[in-house]
Design a protein around this ligand. Structure first.
Ligand SMILES: C[S@@+](CC[C@H](N)C(=O)[O-])C[C@H]1O[C@@H](n2cnc3c(N)ncnc32)[C@H](O)[C@@H]1O
Length: 473
């Protein structure tokens, strides 16, 4: 047996993980039955209700799935040969490239349109359609099939799997993947972090990042997009998709009713989807969407597209406001919301943005930060150090969401489940010198801005809501 540090639990790691996985899968099965949900299948021809952004996942099912995925992540590391993990990881860039290729050439749409989903389409049919070498296409498609994106029905014929349905037109996954540039930024990260100029290496400026290196520009991403309306539209749509894929939990896991008669200001509100949903939910509240000049027409258009009822439309105003300038909405009646804003900015900029709200807000004002609160990836390796809190069966039948404590050998951030927000954190660093923050980091900058945290609301999604108020009011 390999040498294991002595402080590790007497419980064998494989036993503990198997136990967690069994508990998680049993709870998933049980919850599907209790809530009369269809069985899960990778090969379903339509998305499962669990895949829909509007589905309000029962808390125990949500946590059981999280625990299962975290455990599978740990088990993969435990069981996979480290050399194979290295090679798989260093070639993972091809997964991004192949998925991009399949979406952007139209192959995915062709597979989606195919009438015979059971047999799929052969690469020869695809060669005729796209004038692309069938041998090369097979290499790409089979690689994606092994990753779960496609199913090879017979040798050389492919069809979409359930995860790939998310890449069809109109789905949030499609909106997200269409934004270009991540691989270029990723490849310039090394130059950002080891830049010969020390000021660059330690910079917190949005114009000294991998983004400028990759695109050979002095402009920040926002300045670059301002000059390219098409790219701006695509970028706004992908950001919006991220918000939309989590808005259900934002709307359901927070008691918005307490602001039923207030004015909610969506600072940096983008296309305004969060405001639109809240306006539908709170019939007596009024709303203000603030953003930069070039984004305002997108918000106005989106309101026209999504809302027909003049009574709702009349409660939403849209205005140009740079959040680095003093906030024009002053006084008690305002509740300020910032969704996916602060993770775009380094600390000093966040303090400035929040301080403007601290100056404008009154005693009853609330500032709601809707962003990820990341947990460190610390893993309990002994029972005594394991997090104590609810276990999966404590969540049976509850309707209010409560996150599970990470069991033995599962990282505090649920490892594999934290990869998405952490990857976005790396991306934020690469394009803005910004970051996703832990609770300690949030507390520090919120207090520095003259605010205090009232409560942190955990949600069934990637983000939490940090509810703050003005210090000294
Ligand atoms: C990541 S998006 C979030 C949009 C929206 N809150 C949501 O959740 O969908 C960031 C938004 O901040 C806006 N923004 C960037 N710099 C700004 C500034 N200085 N003042 C106001 N808005 C700004 C962008 O135009 C964009 O709409």
């Amino acid at each position: 047996m390999g040498k294991i540090p002595h402080q590790f639990s007497a419980v064998d790691e494989l036993d503990a993980l198997q136990n967690s996985l069994n508990q998680a899968l049993n709870a998933v099965r049980d919850e599907l039955d209790v809530h009369r949900l269809p069985k899960l299948s990778n090969f379903a021809l339509e998305p499962h209700p669990l895949d829909e952004p509007t589905f309000i996942c029962p808390p125990r099912l949500y946590e059981a799935r999280r625990l299962a995925l975290a455990t599978i992540g740990q088990l993969k590391s435990l069981l996979q040969r480290p050399y194979d993990k290295v090679v798989e990881q260093s070639t993972a860039v091809y997964q991004t490239a192949c998925l991009d290729l399949v979406v952007k050439t139209g192959i995915l749409d062709k597979l989606a349109e195919s009438e015979d989903c059971a047999s799929g389409l052969s690469v020869l049919t695809l060669q005729n359609e796209f004038d692309m070498d069938s041998m090369k296409m097979t290499t790409v498609l089979r690689y994606l099939a092994a990753q779960g994106w496609l199913r090879e029905t017979t040798e050389g014929a492919f069809t979409l799997t359930r995860p790939a349905l998310e890449l069809r037109h109109g789905r949030n996954g499609r909106k997200w993947i269409m934004t270009e540039g991540k691989p270029k930024v990723a490849m310039a990260l090394m130059q950002q972090l080891s830049h010969p100029n020390r000021a660059w290496r330690y910079s917190r400026q949005a114009d000294q990042t991998a983004y400028q290196i990759a695109f050979n520009t002095d402009m920040t991403l926002f300045a670059w997009l301002k000059q390219r309306p098409d790219e701006l539209r695509q970028w706004a749509s992908s950001v919006q998709s991220l918000g939309d894929s989590h808005s259900c939990s934002i709307l359901n896991d927070f008691q918005w009713e307490k602001f039923a008669k207030r004015t909610l200001v969506d600072v940096g509100g983008g296309q305004g989807n969060m405001t639109i949903s809240l306006a539908e939910m709170l019939p007596e509240a009024t709303f203000v969407i603030q953003d930069l000049e070039e984004v305002i027409p997108l918000a106005e258009q989106n309101i026209r597209n999504r809302l027909q009822d003049p009574a709702i439309i009349s409660r939403i105003s849209v205005e140009v406001h740079d959040f680095f300038d003093p906030q024009p909405r002053i006084g008690d009646e305002y509740v300020f919301m910032l969704r996916h804003i602060l993770h775009d900015w380094p600390d000093h900029a966040c303090v400035k943005i929040l301080a403007n709200l601290a100056v404008a807000g009154g005693i009853k004002s609330k500032i709601l930060i809707v962003d990820a609160v990341i947990a460190p990836c610390v893993t309990s390796t002994t029972q005594s150090k394991a997090n104590h809190g609810p276990v999966i069966d404590d969540l049976r039948g509850i309707s209010e969401y409560r996150p599970l404590a990470a069991p033995l050998y599962i990282p505090g951030n649920f490892g594999a489940c934290a990869v998405m927000p952490l990857a976005l954190g790396v991306h934020m660093m690469g394009v803005f010198n910004a970051l996703e923050r832990t609770m300690n980091e949030w507390t520090r900058l919120i207090n520095e801005a003259g605010l205090r945290i009232v409560t942190v609301h955990a949600l069934r999604g990637m983000v939490s809501i940090i509810e703050c108020e003005v210090i000294g009011c």
